[in-house]
Every structure is written in C-alpha cells, then in structure tokens.
Design a protein. Sequence first.
Length: 452
Amino acid sequence: MVTRSRKLFQRVKINPPQFFALGFFVLIALGTFLLMLPFATADRHHLSFVDALFEATSAVCVTGLVVVDTQTTFTLFGQIVLLCLIQIGGLGFMTLTVFIAMLLRRTISYEERHLVKESLSQDSYEGIIRMVRFVILFTVICELLGTIILGMHWGDEFGYPKSFYYGLFHSISAFNNAGFDIMGDFSSMTAYVGDMTVNLTLTSLLILGGLGFIVVADIFQSRKTRKRLMLHTKVVLWMSALLIVGGTILIFLLEYGNPDTIGNLPWKDKLLASYFHGVVPRTAGFNSLNTADLTLGSQLVTMALMFIGGGTGGTAGGIKVTTFAILLFAVWALIKGKQEVNIRNRRIPGDLVFRAFSITTYSVLLVSVFVFLLAVTEKGAALNYIAFEVLSAFGTVGMTLGLTPELSEAGKILLSILMFMGRVGPITIAFALAFRIKKTAVRNPEERVIIG
C-alpha cells in the first residue's frame, strides 16, 4: 500500500538535494526566530534580523563564523539553541528524524530511507537503518567522552558543573566541525595554545567528525569481519594524514620566527600550536593562534586547507578530500599521457572524474563571485582578508582574520548565502550526474570512491 508520504513525495517531485536545501532553509528560519527572542540574549534586547540570520546560518551549516560574541551575547537558552542547530546541521535532520522514528517504533518509509541514503552518501538501501544507529551511537560516544575529558580538565578553572557544560558545548561544536566557542571576546582557544589536553581532545573530535561516517563505519566493520577497507576509506585516510602532516609542517616553518604567533613559544608549544592549526582549517573554526597575526604564507596555506575540507558523508565542508585526490590523480594521469585515472591500481570511472572537476569548477567560480561581491560591499578591506572570510564561509570552517564582526549588513547577508550554498551547493550540482554515475560505478563496494 502506497503511503501518504510517498504520494506527496511523488506529487511534488522534489529530488533529495532540493529536499535537503529546503530542510536547511527551514532550520535556519526557525533558528533565526529563536535567536531573535528577547530571552535569547543577555541584555534582553533581541538581535537584529540580519545578525540572527547570520548566527543561525553559521550554526546550521556548522561554520562557526560569528558577528557577535557567543558567550557574552547569548543566554543559556540562546547557547542551547545554537547547540541544537549545530547538532542537527552536523548530523543531518533526516538522520535524526529517522532515529526518532526508530525510537517511537514507527515504520521507516521508502522516502525516508531514500533521503537518508543520499544524506549519508550510501550507494544502496541495504543497512541504512543499521547505519543510522551507528552514526547516532558513534556521535554520542565521541561527544560524551569529549565532555568528560574537558569537563574534568576545566574543573579547577570554571568550577563544577559549569566545566562540564563548557566541555559539552565545545565537544558538540568540535565533533560537528562547527567551531563555535564560549570562551568570550572572540578569543576561541588562544588561552590554551600550550594545553595538551584541550588541543588533543578538540583535534581528535574534529578529525573523527570530519573523516565521514562512511569511513569510520568501514574501519569498524573491517576490524570486525577482517575484510579489506574500501578504496574510499583508504583515500580519505591517506589524504587526511597527508594534509594534516603537511599543514602542520608548513605552519611550523612559516611561523617559526613570528613573535606574534609561535615565535616566542617553547618547542613543545610550537609543535602543538602548528598541529592544531594544521587540523582546524578542515573544517572547524577554532584557533589557538590569532589568525590575523599569521604570515601571508600561513594564511594562504590555511585558505587552501579550508577549500579542500574533510571527508564525504561527515560533518566537514569544502570540496572533500576524495574530490581533491581524484583531481591530483587525474592531473598525474594527464602528465603521464594516460587515458584512464587509476588509484592503487583501480580504475576510476570517467563520470566520477567529471563529477570531481564539476564540483571544483563550481566551487572556484562561487568563491570568485563572492570575493568580488564582498570587495564591492566592504570597501577598504584588504583582498586577503576578503578571500579568507569567503573561503572560510564556503568551506563551513569559521576561521576569521577579524573582518566578519565588522561586516556591513550587505556583507553579512552575502556570507550567510555563501555558507548556505557551500553546505548544499556541490551536492545539488552533482545530483544531475547521479543516475549516470550509478550506471557506471564499479560493482565491488571495496573499489568505489565517494565524492560530493
């Protein structure tokens, strides 16, 4: 028997990316309304519509760019609203919807399974419900461990139970790659530049959330059944490690003699700060160094990492590491005069290569357009500042050189639009190719690479 939801789905004829975009839009609208309520802000004077829209968009799109200080501006209610928006935006509202339906023992419809399959970048309906359970369980465990570690560590500084609330807030923000903090005065984690516990806990959460649930689930499954890791998992792990190590080394070398960043720090803190800054641009928004004091070279490295982003099917943004990997191997194949792109002796279908180039082209054009638009609206701002904020918004990173809080109303609206487009745009572009990709994709799941 065809359910009412299926009839509605068929009548409206809305495809999954359009549904996700609509869902994000509704969440942003709801978040904007809640953040404008008088009791959401500490001074009881509601935020302006533009500021509330910007904050809600940043939370739902798990970006972390802010135009007001989170700690001093919002009450506990306002901060909890932000946390809920971050959690829903990071995991995906369809994943949470299906999980709630499971708790209520309600039958999961075909449309719901289809939407979850698309949101988690799965290639079949098999194991969708099991995957939802894993995503929720893994998320809860990671965020709970982060809360306990940070809560215990901050106990002497903030007192109990406030320290556990701080631990919960920053654990959720870190795992979902949002980068929101409640340390006050836009300082993020600069006070903990040499704190091993804070740095390693936050970066571990960032990495686990940014790898993608597909990768984490495959690692657990391979250890349980002793099967080989999928090619997608291997590519994500290798590229993530390469980008983290490369970013750490470059930041260390470029900032080694900079007295405004790590120049005056002891060796241990130099390495820790470099590692932290090598991780967070993909795509978190925390910072233990004042980004405005970074050398121009470090700013360029940071912008490149923000553009690449994290893994598919996780909480990170950017064009994704698998897309970047396919681009690199495609260029290498061109240099060697080969007609096919191969990764670890496995041929990558031409449609996937085309999809990777399409997503990257779309992203470059989008970033370029918004750099131009902000150069018009933010007269007098340096080009590197504008480019940095635009890439941070597009990659849903949240790092800033200090320009975002000073943006004009038009600039705030533009970045809000870009955060939204950066979150849902590449998926929408790729959807036009989805059916053709399914026809040409390799049958062995161990040999597939997932991008988008």
